[in-house]
Design a protein around this ligand. Structure first.
Ligand SMILES: [Zn+2]
Length: 451
């Protein structure tokens, strides 16, 4: 009997990333509406698909999850590199960020989303100003996301005074609450830019609507020292004393944390996002990810903003995540390829609270799928697909991207965005950024903003 399906992806090795790490060589996968309806190997003659994608003996795997970005910072890529963190922030990033408006963030987000779709990312988690624009850009592109307005103790160029921070975040939650691909989080920037009162209010809002609370935590040693001086506690102890630790908390970075902090976070089921390239580029240090994983913590992978990376390619991030811990511990067995690929797929999805929808290929889950073209000199021969994805492939090897059942890139062609238009608009904004810098836009910003 014929079975009608919307899409079939055939003739590839399916890496499901499910709990048994099932692999189907010569496998196929069917999509019905926004959902995966069949996965397997063998004959596909009984299926009558509206659309067929031939993986041509490539790899079929879940779309990658970029669990921490500042998407619109794509417009600051390469603006300033190789500088100490505070000089980089105060002389370049904060001055240009203070000039941004909603349209700037929308343009930068579309550029970032184009880059992410074209390098195999199907879900991203964002923190920035004008986040409603990021949500709109994701919606237009057909990209799954968890986004939230960055809030802190000083005025925002978007929502205004700090008194409006919670109200604005609540408005975002209400506006997007039933959207199939856009979800909203509450995102206080950090412990050094948010008072205990603001953190507590943000946490209450997150709990009220059952959405994640996302904070940069312990990214640098100077931040940890500042918190210790102010509160006499480590950042994790500080959050614990405010009763903010819990499975809804997504902690970005956690580079400078103590063994006792790991135990505390594990006890409360806190989720972690590891950003190795940004931590290397800004010389922040190495997060103790092997210890976190050993303690049972769920860890996802993020690129962080483009200005501190300088790309959104999660394949490169996986490569770095696998290698940085080896050299840091002088132990090549400490972080294997499958562990890293898990962080970039089901790990990241679990961190974002989206594990019922995405992060692995399973019947009933949403169809967030990528096809990797392995007919490339740098991917031949292939003894172990997990090894290739982490150590040899790059984002350009992704040929097709499907998000929520919708084909958004086919044969390297972006279908939901006009790439020429996205690039032209980004270049226009870069002219503005140059003028902001050359007009002596080097004022010290005492407050500090995102990053
Ligand atoms: Zn960040």
């Amino acid at each position: 009997m014929m079975q009608h399906v919307d899409m079939i992806i055939k003739n590839g090795t399916v890496l499901t990333m499910d709990s048994k790490n099932s692999v189907f060589e010569n496998g196929f996968l069917c999509v019905q509406g926004d959902t995966i309806s069949h996965i397997g190997d063998g004959s596909i003659e009984t299926f009558k698909p509206k659309k067929t994608i031939d993986a041509k003996e490539g790899l079929i795997l879940p779309g990658l999850v970029n669990a921490h970005t500042h998407a619109a910072m794509s417009l600051f890529r390469g603006l300033a590199d190789d500088l100490p963190l505070m000089e980089w922030l105060n002389s370049y990033i904060f001055p240009v960020e203070s000039q941004m408006d909603a349209e700037f963030v929308y343009t930068g987000s579309l550029l970032a989303i184009a880059e992410m779709i074209m390098s195999g990312t199907t879900t991203f988690c964002d923190m920035y100003l004008f986040e409603d624009e990021v949500a709109k850009a994701a919606k237009r592109s057909g990209m799954r996301c968890l986004v939230g307005e960055v809030i802190y103790d000083f005025p925002s160029s978007n929502y205004g005074p700090v008194e409006k921070a919670i109200e604005y975040s609540e408005g975002l939650i209400r506006k997007w609450r039933n959207d199939p691909i856009v979800s909203i989080a509450v995102e206080p920037h950090s412990l050094y830019t948010c008072s205990p009162k603001l953190l507590t209010m943000a946490n209450e809002l997150a709990l009220k609507y059952k959405v994640p609370l996302i904070i940069h935590i312990a990214e640098t040693i100077s931040e940890v020292n500042e918190i210790k001086e102010k509160y006499g506690k480590t950042p994790i102890e500080h959050l614990d004393s405010l009763k903010i630790l819990g499975p809804h908390l997504i902690a970005d970075h956690c580079v400078c944390i103590e063994p006792s902090d790991i135990t505390t976070m594990a006890k409360h089921g806190v989720k972690i996002v590891h950003n190795p390239e940004s931590n290397m580029k800004l010389a922040s240090g190495v997060a103790p990810v092997p210890e976190m994983l050993a303690s049972g913590l769920t860890v996802g992978l993020g690129t962080d903003g483009c200005a501190s990376n300088n790309n959104l390619d999660l394949f490169m991030e996986m490569d770095m995540a696998a290698k940085i811990h080896k050299v840091n511990t002088m132990d090549p067995t400490v972080m294997d390829a499958i562990t890293v690929l898990k962080m970039a797929t089901i790990g990241g999805a679990t961190v974002l609270g989206l594990e019922d929808f995405t992060g692995s290929l399973e019947v009933g889950k949403k169809a967030d799928i990528i096809v990797v073209d392995t007919y490339q000199p740098h991917l031949v021969p292939m003894y172990n697909p997990f090894s290739h994805l982490v150590y040899a492939a790059n984002g350009n090897d992704v040929r097709d991207t499907i998000i929520n059942g919708r084909l958004v890139m086919e044969d390297r062609d972006l279908l939901t965005l006009d790439l020429d238009e996205v690039i032209a608009h980004a270049k226009e904004k870069a002219v503005k950024v140059r003028s902001w810098i050359s007009n002596g836009a080097h004022p010290k910003n005492e407050n500090g903003q995102t990053q």
